[in-house]
Design a protein around this ligand. Structure first.
Ligand code: NAD
Ligand code: 6OD
Length: 490
């Protein structure tokens, strides 16, 4: 069985046309190391052309389009993704190696849902208005408008490529902006395919542009430093966010950042045991642990610690690293060999820091093409001190440290003892405790008896080093708009 599809040539999508460039890079399939695509890397001139096209579209048909027509187009884009579901699925799986079952339930449907939800939201939400008393007794009316920010640079990561790109694209377009998007160099395919869908849906040229490449001295930097880009929305590592902050400073662009995490899970003895084991295993290992919201530290009440660790171990060892197209596959590879080197370095470090390896800790052997991929064993540790680097630093792999706790206060203190603040997941059947502990978490997103359960109207983002700002519902509209107040004296 081979995991690959035919080698694609992926070009930049600028002003409604696919355009090549003088330099290309190779995208490899993490399942078996075969070539997925030759990708045209955008140079500065290509990024300039994309920004010019976006600006022209803003001044032209897109900027003049009535809201209802824009909303109709966004719905057509959602339908376009669904019509080409299989193409998106193949492309996403080829880039990431994730199980078809996961991409077909999560990534691709969310790609379509993001457009539909923000089409509804932009139709629904109003703006503020205030009546002001004035000395002459006649008063004044203030009302706010949301105008588009302008040209938005969207910089996306590789872990949930279509989901995370469209999570930003959809509200930005719904708010009337034009886009220059840069997918990760590790996941260029679905963003490119989306260009075809936009064109076929009738989205005017220049509204959605895709430029391929890397960060420094490549498309990423050309976007963030561009004087005619009006805002940057970025999802990725905290260190990259920090570099982008510096890059945007001279041109003072608004930024929205969704960054890294070192998320805690807390399991109380009064949890629904089987549901908690299943839920926590899913949270740790889903997408091979490459979900920013995944718990890499799990605190378990001492009275159930041994039993819970055994339950998680059994779940880890039952994961099936079949080829992604196999319906039985429940875990794919890491995104690349380079990323596997990083995760393996933490597997090694955990041993040096004194961890007991409950399960995993190495690289699986298959005896077939997967041995050329970037698979890694799901791994659980116990016994590390809370100060260990493996407990403090984001690893972004299928691994977690499991530690016992004795009191609720102790669990909360350990969970919050981190420089990150993205997400948490708490498991208990005690309703009051569930609310209390969830609220005590120093994070942007706090789940009780669930994980990654999403309502796209809610605020999404991170506290501390996990981000700046919130997206979701009205929060997205606010970021992607320039609010303007009009005051009318009566
Ligand atoms: P990354 O930061 O390496 O790359 C993200 C994107 O930024 C890529 O497109 C990359 O090419 C680009 N980039 C890199 N350097 C740049 C620069 N100097 N200027 C402009 N662009 C640059 O992240 P990744 O490895 O793709 O993704 C994994 C990371 O993303 C993890 O830390 C994870 O926690 C985080 N993440 C966070 C969220 C969230 O919602 N908070 C969601 C998904 C992933
Ligand atoms: O569900 C979302 O909207 C979202 N931004 C998820 C992020 C997952 C991180 O890997």
């Amino acid at each position: 069985m081979t995991a690959n599809i035919k080698v694609q040539e992926l070009k930049n999508f600028v002003n409604g046309e696919f355009v090549g460039s003088g330099r290309q890079f190779t995208k490899l399939n993490p399942v078996d190391g075969t070539v997925v695509a030759q990708v045209h890397e955008a140079d500065r001139a290509t990024v300039d052309a994309a920004v010019r096209a976006a600006r022209a579209a803003l001044k032209g048909p897109w900027g003049k389009m009535p809201l209802q027509a824009r909303v109709d187009l966004l719905r057509k884009v959602a339908e376009g993704i669904e019509k080409r579901f299989d193409d998106f699925l193949k492309a996403e799986v080829a880039d990431t190696g994730k199980p078809v079952s996961l991409a077909s339930h999560l990534d691709i449907p969310r790609g379509a849902a993001n457009f539909r939800v923000f089409a509804d939201i932009v139709r629904t939400y109003g703006t503020e208005s205030y009546f002001l008393d004035t000395p002459d007794g006649k008063g004044a009316v203030n009302y706010a408008l949301r105008k588009p920010l302008g040209v938005i640079g969207v910089i996306a990561p590789w872990n949930l490529p279509l989901l995370l790109l469209t999570w930003k694209l959809a509200p930005a377009l719904a708010s009337g902006n034009c886009i220059v998007a840069k997918p990760s160099e590790e996941s260029p395919s679905t963003a490119t395919l989306l260009g075809e869908v936009m064109r076929d849906a009738g989205v005017p040229p220049g509204v959605y542009n895709v430029v391929h490449g890397f960060g420094p001295d490549s498309a990423g930097e050309f976007i963030t430093t561009h004087p005619d880009v009006n805002g940057i929305t970025f999802t990725g590592e905290t260190t990259t966010g920090s570099a982008i902050m510096k890059a945007v400073a001279p041109t003072v662009k608004p930024i929205s950042f969704e960054l890294g995490g070192k998320n805690p899970g807390i399991v109380f003895a009064d949890c629904d045991f089987d549901a908690a084991v299943a839920g926590m295993a899913n949270a740790i290992f889903s997408n091979c642990g490459q979900v920013c919201l995944a718990p890499e530290r799990v605190y378990i009440e001492r009275s159930i610690f041994e039993r819970f660790v055994a339950g998680l171990k059994a779940k880890a060892e039952a994961l099936n690293m079949a080829f992604p197209q196999d319906a039985k596959c429940t875990m794919g590879p890491l995104i690349s060999k380079q990323h596997r080197e990083k995760v393996l370095s933490y597997y090694e470090l955990a041993r040096k820091e004194g961890a007991t390896v409950v399960t995993g800790g190495g690289v699986p052997k298959f005896g077939d093409a997967r041995d050329n991929g970037s698979y890694i064993q799901p791994t659980l540790w116990t016994g590390l001190p809370e100060t260990a680097r493996c407990v403090k630093e984001e690893i972004f792999g299928p691994c977690a440290h499991l530690a016992p706790f004795d009191t609720e206060e102790q669990a909360v203190a350990m969970a919050n003892d981190t420089k990150y603040g993205l997400a948490s997941t708490v498991w208990t059947t005690n309703l009051s405790r569930g609310h209390r502990v969830a609220q005590a978490m120093e994070v942007g997103i706090s789940w009780v008896n669930c994980w990654f359960l999403r309502d796209l109207r809610t605020p999404f983002g991170g506290a501390k080093l996990s981000g700046i700002g919130r997206e979701g519902g009205l929060h997205s509209l606010n970021f992607y708009s320039e609010p303007m107040n009009v005051c009318v004296k009566l």
